[in-house]
Write a protein that binds this ligand. Structure first.
Ligand code: ARG
Length: 561
């Protein structure tokens, strides 16, 4: 139901020199809706037809017709088409009712795998706003991958390895309090980490001790491994509570440590290809030709690095998933890292690196400043989410005190508000975090969309029954903006995936909700006349597509709120 394509097909027999796709690319939306729904400019044809564009437009307008065209009109050099909303309403509703939640899906991906590297918080550190953004954006783009016929694989690449664990082990042995850590693991571990750095300023020997402790961890020392395992398990337990609140699931928690025994073959491969160079005792791959600084593969003490592990994980994903694309949803401060990662692989002749992409995003701000978790000033994300949920609960209490399962709905609304606040912005923009703004029921917010969906469902409940089998047409002119948006959804799904851009879905959902609320304000839907069933099919279709748009964003849509 791509109207531009249909128009191009209708024009094609009259335009020899151009392909359907070329014609389709020329079709525009007229500036004003009084001028029609589609416009075809004839300038390009002047040469071929040896006529003035105005003349060509006039002749074309007399030749073409289609059952869905209500009127064709030449306006200067343009051929304008007015679509017949009544005729179109029938196939639009039929398609959505038949396909249900599958409406808008396509098979472009042929079932090929797309691993997503997302969320990926660091052990013994708080779950930051950046990790929240990665979780929310990554989850939505992964949903879009599935909707476009790919098979997403959600990988939580936990930051569970690195020299900081040596420091933590030393700090724990010196000042650690087992009971306090079990009770409140991440803040306590963070405190230890901060104290280590404070004390190291006056006691430089600590650094060396930390390095040694990490070395013994790498060598598999029983005590060190036991401590690391404990820190990891305690942290994951905390992260899991956040994921549960958000309804977030992963296919794998293979983090950095998983690659400890998988780096050697990669280093050997670089060695064999003659790419490893000695630089001040360390081994690096030069990336001058890309204008990047060298990638540090192995330190002088033999320790491997972040990029070494990412090289190993890139190969592992290629071999395990034979991916169509491999995507990394990580903040834009790591752009250079991912550029270097790809460049090293390309330099080594692994052209599949072209299928790897860094889906970057901006910062979360509060009052214009970065929301930081550094220096022990911990903003516990769980508290932020809980606050959103509590605020949602108070609003529900105010607006609909009789609602059943208020707590569950409050969770859906609170979390939905946080997710939508993020995804309505283009991802590389910095975004401002404000609980009050994101929970406004009338603004461009998650609750507004959920409320509109619940309004549709409530209309359907009130009606008692709707005949979904009947072939209907909607005669209200006010329905046209809704019908156009509904017909547009499959294309938006394609575009949002192509650009890894959930904000396209978010904008679409806002437009659809606004169009519906306009309709609701002007048309008596429950009229009990012969129009009622067609209107209810429209309501049903709107609810179906809105629900699906919200699902793609990672939001739930309560039946009632
Ligand atoms: N743990 C890292 C951090 O918090 C993010 C990991 C991103 N993924 C990756 N494959 N490097 O900064």
């Amino acid at each position: 139901m791509e109207f531009k394509q249909i128009y191009a097909e209708v024009l094609k027999p009259h335009i020899e020199g151009l392909e359907i796709s070329q014609i389709q690319n020329l079709v525009e939306k007229p500036k004003k809706s009084e001028m029609g729904d589609l416009a075809f400019p004839c300038f390009q044809l002047a040469k071929q037809f040896r006529k003035a564009p105005q003349q060509i437009a006039l002749e074309l307008s007399e030749k073409i017709s289609h059952p869905w065209f209500a009127k064709v009109e030449a306006v200067g050099p343009y051929v304008n088409v007015f679509l017949d909303s009544v005729a179109i309403s029938t196939p639009v509703l039929k398609e959505i009712i038949q396909q249900g939640a599958d409406y808008g899906a396509n098979q472009d991906g042929n079932g090929r795998n797309v691993p997503f590297d997302l969320s990926s918080p660091n052990i013994a550190k708080p779950f930051s706003m950046g990790h929240l953004r990665s979780t929310v954006i990554g989850n939505s783009v992964a949903n879009l991958a599935d909707k476009n016929g790919y098979q997403s694989v959600r990988i939580n690449y936990i930051g569970d390895w690195g020299t900081q664990f040596g420091k933590l082990i030393v700090a724990y042995k010196r000042w650690g309090n087992e009971a306090a850590i079990s009770k409140n693991p991440i803040p306590e571990l963070l405190k230890l980490y901060v104290r280590f750095h404070e004390e190291a300023e006056t006691d430089p020997a600590l650094e060396e001790e930390g390095r040694k402790a990490f070395k013994s961890l790498e060598d598999g020392d029983v005590e060190a491994v036991a401590l690391w395992t404990k820190f990891r398990a305690e942290s994951l337990k905390e992260f899991q509570r956040i994921y549960d609140l958000m309804g977030m699931k992963f296919d794998s928690f293979n983090g950095e440590a998983f690659y400890n025994d998988k780096m050697e073959p990669v280093i050997e491969m670089l060695e064999e290809k003659g790419l490893l160079e000695e630089s001040q005792g360390a081994q690096v791959v030069q990336l001058d030709e890309y204008q990047y600084p060298p990638a540090l593969i192995r330190k002088s003490d033999g320790a491997t690095l972040y990029v070494t592990r990412d090289l190993a994980s890139a190969f592992y994903r290629k071999n395990t998933y034979d991916f169509a694309k491999s995507l990394y949803v990580v903040g834009n401060e790591q752009s250079l890292h991912f550029a270097q990662l790809k460049a090293v692989l390309k330099k080594a002749g692994h052209d599949w690196a072209d299928d790897m992409a860094h889906i970057s995003f901006g910062m979360m701000l509060q009052n214009g400043k970065k929301m930081s978790t550094r220096k022990g000033r911990v903003i516990l994300l769980e508290e932020v989410l809980q606050e959103a949920i509590d605020l949602a609960e108070r609003l529900i209490e105010e607006k609909n005190p009789a609602l059943e399962n208020k707590q569950e709905v409050a969770r859906q609304v609170g979390i939905g508000a946080v997710i939508f606040q993020d995804l309505k912005n283009y991802r590389t923009n910095d975004i401002e975090f404000s609980l009050e703004a994101m929970l406004n029921f009338d603004g461009e917010t998650g609750p507004y969309l959920q409320y509109t969906h619940a309004r549709c469902r409530s209309l359907l409940r009130k009606a008692g029954s709707v005949d979904l089998e009947a072939t209907e047409q909607v005669n209200d002119p006010e329905s046209w903006p809704i019908l156009q948006l509904l017909a547009d959804f499959p294309q938006i799904v394609r575009l949002a995936w192509k650009e890894y851009d959930p904000s396209k879905i978010a904008r679409f959902a806002l437009d659809l909700a606004r169009a519906f609320n306009q309709y609701y304000a002007h048309v008596r839907i429950l009229s009990e006349g012969k129009e009622q069933n067609a209107r209810l099919q429209l309501v049903y279709s709107t609810a179906t597509v809105l629900h699906e748009a919200l699902r793609l964003l990672g939001m739930e849509a309560p039946e009632e709120m």
